[in-house]
Design a protein around this ligand. Sequence first.
Ligand code: AP5
Ligand code: MG
Ligand code: ZN
Length: 215
Amino acid sequence: MNIVFLGLPGTGKGTQAEELAGEMGIPHIATGDIFRQAISQGSELGKKAKQYLDSGELVPDEVTCGMVKERLMQEDAASGFILDGFPRTFPQAEALDQIMDELDKELEKIIFFSAPEQVLVKRLAGRRVCSECGATYHIEHNPPSQEGICDKCGGKLIQREDDQEETVIHRLKVNRDKTQQLVDYYRKQGKLTTVEADRSLEEVKKQLKEAVGSP
Ligand code: AP5
Ligand code: MG
Ligand code: ZN
């Protein structure tokens, strides 16, 4: 199944995508993760993206769209994927439609993660991520069994650079209207399912499974 996760920063896209993609046996493709990996490797892509991620701005569409096209053409995405954090602008949605046409595929489900912004600021302030494997935790809602250490790989947990409150508020501002525009676009096509993302992790997961028809 070809799925898109749409929603403001902190709505839980990454957390849920990681699990659901694992269960469905399809790749979790997160543009933010690809950029962060490129930055840590010091690649050309990383050099282009760094200033935008650090400040909470969007990486230019021409960089992002080309990167996503390349990723979707890889063999592991042939039987489906969860795209997390793309598209994020209207030109990106148009580019994705074109990529899907070229690959003779269709987007089947667009899941919109909806939650009030006050909740998101708190979630991002308490988020911790593994510096080794990228696993996501929350100091209150989803703590690791040992403080500061990843349950999955033993790596050190860190705070994302762009999770400082000022940058979080900026990220929400940058994404607010653009996200709404995409919600309208996909709703008109009858492809949008809204998930109430301010509920518990388990309840959000339940709504998602219903949306994708997975047992
Ligand atoms: P990206 O990495 O995608 O960041 P984002 O969109 O800001 O989203 P987040 O990853 O912050 O939130 P999430 O929804 O994944 O939440 P999570 O599951 O972690 O992008 C980073 C940057 O890359 C952008 O700013 C931009 O510069 C660039 N970029 C990326 N894509 C781009 C694009 N398409 N175009 C241009 N530029 C792009 O959850 C958050 C926290 O809440 C965690 O601590 C989690 O444990 C907790 N939590 C999750 N669900 C629940 C729940 N139900 N109850 C309680 N706590 C919960
Ligand atoms: Mg994420
Ligand atoms: Zn880890």
